[in-house]
Design a protein around this ligand. Sequence first.
Ligand SMILES: NC(=O)c1ccc[n+]([C@@H]2O[C@H](COP(=O)([O-])OP(=O)(O)OC[C@H]3O[C@@H](n4cnc5c(N)ncnc54)[C@H](OP(=O)(O)O)[C@@H]3O)[C@@H](O)[C@H]2O)c1
Length: 292
Amino acid sequence: MSKPFTDTFFLAGHTVSRMGYGAMQLAGPGVFGPPKDRNAAIAVLKEAVASGVNHIDTSDFYGPHITNQIIREALHPYPANLVIVTKLGAIRGNDGSWAPAQEPADLRRGVEDNLRNLGLDVLEVVNLRMMGDIHHPSEGSIAKQMTAMAELQRQGLVRHIGLSNATSRQVAEAQSIARIVCVQNQYNLVQRHDEALVDELASQGIAYVPFFPLGGFSPIQSEALSRIATELKATPMQVALAWLLHRAPNILLIPGTSSVAHLRENLRAKELRLSTAVLAELEGIGQKSRAA
Ligand SMILES: NC(=O)c1ccc[n+]([C@@H]2O[C@H](COP(=O)([O-])OP(=O)(O)OC[C@H]3O[C@@H](n4cnc5c(N)ncnc54)[C@H](OP(=O)(O)O)[C@@H]3O)[C@@H](O)[C@H]2O)c1
């Protein structure tokens, strides 16, 4: 018996397809500089939207600036139903390094950069990205940053606020300052630190958007995953995405790719229905990697 799931979720007042797209792979190597083929990047974005994707994740620090400029070139004027989610909180060095940029003035500059490069007057959803331990959150008050985000919202530059790389305590603290519509943390079949947070946000109707859904810079490799994929006549990446769709109804996917072929493959993951037996086997992969 397969576990049913819904294709859409309510994000920031919009019904979005749970199968979105993450634009980080559209910049050059190391998310720095231009892509080797700008036309190919534009083709990926056009294909995504033509295929029903209406949730795109980005940031002005991808490139920097370049990914947003490519999104603008490919998709502006934007379809009315497209939700572009961006993020603030870091700055790139000339060598491609990432540094925190969390002061109120940094956050305002980040909003202005996003507005200019995306060609927008208002940003629909902006995630405050804590730098924490790079790809994992670390505790600490975020009241100062959140107060600045709330002020940007009051000024009409930001419509909805989300968080990225946040602990559950930081989510609660942020919610005491402003409404939070989504949380974007690292989570996938083998990175399962956020089990409780996924469920807590589901109970509140808040979107959980895993980054690195395929494993990020080194896509997930697992013998069991490959075997299950073969049995299902699917690819390991499709099964990894389908597992996330089955995991909780508030999980929205933003797999990243620079390739139209991979995009098409990833989008077909929503057609996979996993049986309770397969889900239990996949659960074992996560448990094994947690024990390792
Ligand atoms: N909030 C944050 O801190 C944060 C951090 C990282 C990422 N993000 C967001 O999350 C999105 C997703 O993360 P991600 O792009 O880093 O990682 P990901 O989606 O887990 O994986 C992307 C990697 O998988 C490859 N890939 C994609 N589809 C594939 C397929 N069907 N078969 C084989 N390989 C495939 C891509 O290469 P190809 O280009 O060759 O397909 C790329 O190397 C990003 O695009 C970004 O928007 C947010």
